[in-house]
Design a protein around this ligand. Structure first.
Ligand code: SAH
Length: 307
């Protein structure tokens, strides 16, 4: 797919043809199978101050929590009993030895209980080579680290100066080197984001040969400073763009895993299902215990995706 073709489809050039093509590939490569991964948001403490995110370090309105090891194991057990064979352990970013050790312990215990076949995805932000290696050796199979935007300029505008674009790209390369099944992705409908930016994001994911992708609409959070800048895309436009991105990526990378994101379900419950038909093959229903659910508010109105 050329950049020009991508731009045309993203602009709504021919949705009928795009979705027909992508659904056919989804069906012929993945059949009607959709993988379920139980999402356990084990901590909302974060050292980063991303301008779009509701749990950014400087948002003092958030009640901070850390799940105990027991709570994580209990949530995993619930997922297992429901028939899940995969969990995603997600949290705000922390870079200290206590955090490293806690994650190692969670991964080790889950693998001990449910065996090698039970897959663990981590989503714990940018970490050093040594930390990522330790978690891999403990048994983690997959890692999700979105680039958020592959445009250096846009990345800079939505992050504080200390969050470095190159460092994030390098971390994604490290994940691949260490043998993780590596996921990335971007937010769609950000202020200043152009259709060309999104086309470049899709090409970036393809060039990087990522194995999984989670991309969803950007949704404002009133306590995050990016909400002061108006996005030129309405919510329905962000939903439409997200569906087009999913369909395009399915055509560009037929074999990868693509998630139908919670953010998409938050803006439009029907679109979440539509995403599955036109290209996505992964859903990550929320398994975070009740006591913590309301505190992992990345954006306003976040739903607890159930199936
Ligand atoms: N600390 C981890 C997990 C971050 S939360 C990490 O850095 O990877 C997971 C994802 O939520 C982020 O990568 C981002 O793409 C998404 N997210 C955060 N704030 C958002 C918002 N306001 N709207 C939509 N998605 C958002």
């Amino acid at each position: 797919m050329t950049k020009q073709e991508i731009i045309e489809y993203l602009s709504g050039g021919d949705d009928t043809q795009l979705f027909r093509r992508s659904s056919q590939i989804r069906q012929s490569v993945h059949g009607s199978t959709t993988f379920l991964r139980g999402l356990i948001e084990f901590s909302n403490r974060c050292v980063c101050d991303c301008l779009y995110c509701g749990i950014r370090a400087s948002n003092s309105k958030v009640e901070r929590y850390d799940l105990t090891l027991e709570e994580v194991l209990c949530a995993t057990q619930k997922a297992y009993q429901k028939g899940y064979r995969s969990v995603v352990l997600q949290a705000g970013e922390k870079r200290n030895s206590l955090n490293t050790h806690r994650v190692t312990e969670m991964v080790t215990k889950i693998k001990e209980r449910y065996g090698k076949e039970f897959s663990i995805t981590l989503s714990c932000g940018v970490q050093s080579h040594a930390v990522l290696k330790e978690w891999k050796e403990a048994g983690a199979d997959r890692y999700l680290l979105r680039i958020e935007s592959s445009s250096k300029e846009l990345f800079k505008r939505i992050h504080p100066p200390e969050i470095d674009y190159t460092e994030r790209c390098n971390a994604i390369s490290t994940l691949k080197e260490l043998g993780y099944i590596t996921g990335s992705g971007m937010m769609i409908g950000l202020p200043w984001q152009t259709i060309e930016n999104l086309a470049d994001d899709l090409l970036w994911l393809q060039q990087r040969e990522i194995d999984m992708c989670g991309m969803g609409p950007y949704v404002e959070h009133s306590d995050a400073p990016l909400s002061l800048h108006t996005s030129e895309y309405s919510n329905p436009e962000r939903v439409a763009l997200t569906l087009r991105c999913i369909a395009l990526l399915r055509i560009m990378m037929p074999h990868i895993n693509i998630a139908s994101s919670t953010a998409l379900g938050t803006l439009d419950a029907e679109a979440r299902k539509r995403a599955i038909i036109i290209g996505a093959n992964v859903m990550m229903p929320c398994m975070t215990p009740q006591r913590a659910r309301g505190s992992y508010n990345l954006y306003e109105g976040k739903i607890f995706q159930n199936i």
